[in-house]
Design a protein around this ligand. Sequence first.
Ligand code: ZN
Ligand code: FE
Length: 238
Amino acid sequence: MEIKPILCRAGTMDNYAYVIRDEKSGISAIIDPSEAAPIIETCHQLNIQPEYILNTHHHFDHTDSNLELKALFHARIVGNASDAHRIPGLDIEVKEGETFNLGETPAQIINADGHTIGHILWYFSQDKALFTGDVLFNLCIGGIFEGTIEQMWTSLQKIKALPDDVMFYPGHEYTLYGARDALRISNNAPEVIKYLEQAQRNIAQGLPAGPFSLKEEKACNPYLSAKNLTELEQRLGY
Ligand code: ZN
Ligand code: FE
């Protein structure tokens, strides 16, 4: 599977949308279209006509271009059945434990409540790619808006249980923001410094900080590495 990150709402919310394509079938999708123009430009450059739009959760900065891109590309929108009332233009409902096939590339749907109720992760297990929306960012996690910290803890444990060699793709570029707490909480651990140096090299070239592997994230993200709920609460300043 090819994965192309697209920075949207640059300088304000710094969202990432992704264009992904199953090479075997040529079937492609947009993940979390937050701003139409840069996504349309990328699709034209790559000569891609996406068949699907995949959403992680209902927030406007992940779904705002659903309807515009659905109309433009004649794409079908795929999201959590429980968010059918608030994901614009939803066509195909998926649920935890189900598999969605992007051509010949399967994705597992993983519930990850906390940031919102009904947030899902898109896990392409064969391709070792995980799209984490606003649950997991580089060196930090999403705000807890609808769920509880217990639900966020449970969601983080699901990510932690996935294989180390999975690469993850977050919904925002928040690495440098997350780095401050990661450095403080780890007492400037060498692995966090190394992670940050790699991220800064990429960002300086106008690229996303990552992708990083879950192995690196489990080692360096102070919220993903919290040993229990109490430690997570402490690290989040509860
Ligand atoms: Zn969100
Ligand atoms: Fe967001």
